[in-house]
Design a protein around this ligand. Structure first.
Ligand SMILES: [Zn+2]
Length: 210
């Protein structure tokens, strides 16, 4: 199967099957602990033994934070690659979101880039495909049922209600389905045969006659 994945902040990953995975917000959870340890460090005199200890304690919190995030991403990427033949992600959207300063802290916490990296090498290791959509395309503003496009859809609007075919869909799932369809186009352009039902075959493989 081919899975489209949309990334977000409330949910880290929303896929074209309708699954939403919560963003664990590791940084947010560790923040008060980090602040406490940082304060303790700044209270210690420079060059003192206490300062060296305080610095070590702070470093350990940072390390645990990084480990928790990496663990989570390893599990999520493994699951996505294990369960699918191809995973499609929109990397241009990630790049654009990273430019948003107001969201930068949350975005750093979501660390989509390292998630995409993990997806990439796990896909390669299993002979599967990670398709990166790096060209602008209106994944959120296009109807995944009929292809109707709207000019604007404010972020506050969480539902896609199609003015053309009256489809009613969760905004992010609609985007994920569009991302999936865009990925299927790319896979076909690379010579892979992707049946409409989403299975994936290597070129040259002829299905047995019924
Ligand atoms: Zn529609």
């Amino acid at each position: 199967t081919v899975l489209g994945v949309d990334v977000g902040l409330t949910h880290l990953a929303i896929d074209s099957e309708g699954n939403k995975r919560a963003n664990p917000r590791f940084l947010k959870r560790a923040q008060s602990n980090l602040r406490r340890k940082q304060k303790a460090l700044s209270r210690c005199q420079k060059g003192s033994k206490g300062r060296a200890k305080a610095r070590l304690k702070l470093a350990k919190v940072h390390e645990r934070l990084a480990n928790a995030r990496a663990d989570f991403q390893h599990n999520l990427s493994r699951q996505l690659i294990d369960e699918n033949q191809a995973v499609v992600v929109e990397t241009l959207k990630v790049k654009n979101l990273l430019k948003n300063r107001k969201l930068s802290k949350h975005i750093a916490d979501a660390s989509w880039f390292s998630l995409i990296q993990k997806l990439d090498y796990k896909a390669k290791a299993q002979g599967k495909h990670l398709v990166k959509i790096d060209q602008w395309f209106a994944s959120s503003k296009t109807c995944s049922c009929c292809g109707h496009k709207v000019d604007a859809l404010p972020l506050s609007v969480r539902n896609w209600s199609c003015p053309s075919c009256t489809a009613e869909l969760d905004r992010d799932i609609n985007a994920a389905i569009n991302i999936r369809q865009q990925g299927v186009i790319k896979l076909r352009a690379e010579g892979l045969s992707v049946p409409a039902n989403g299975g994936l075959r290597k070129p040259g493989h002829v299905p047995a006659a019924a």
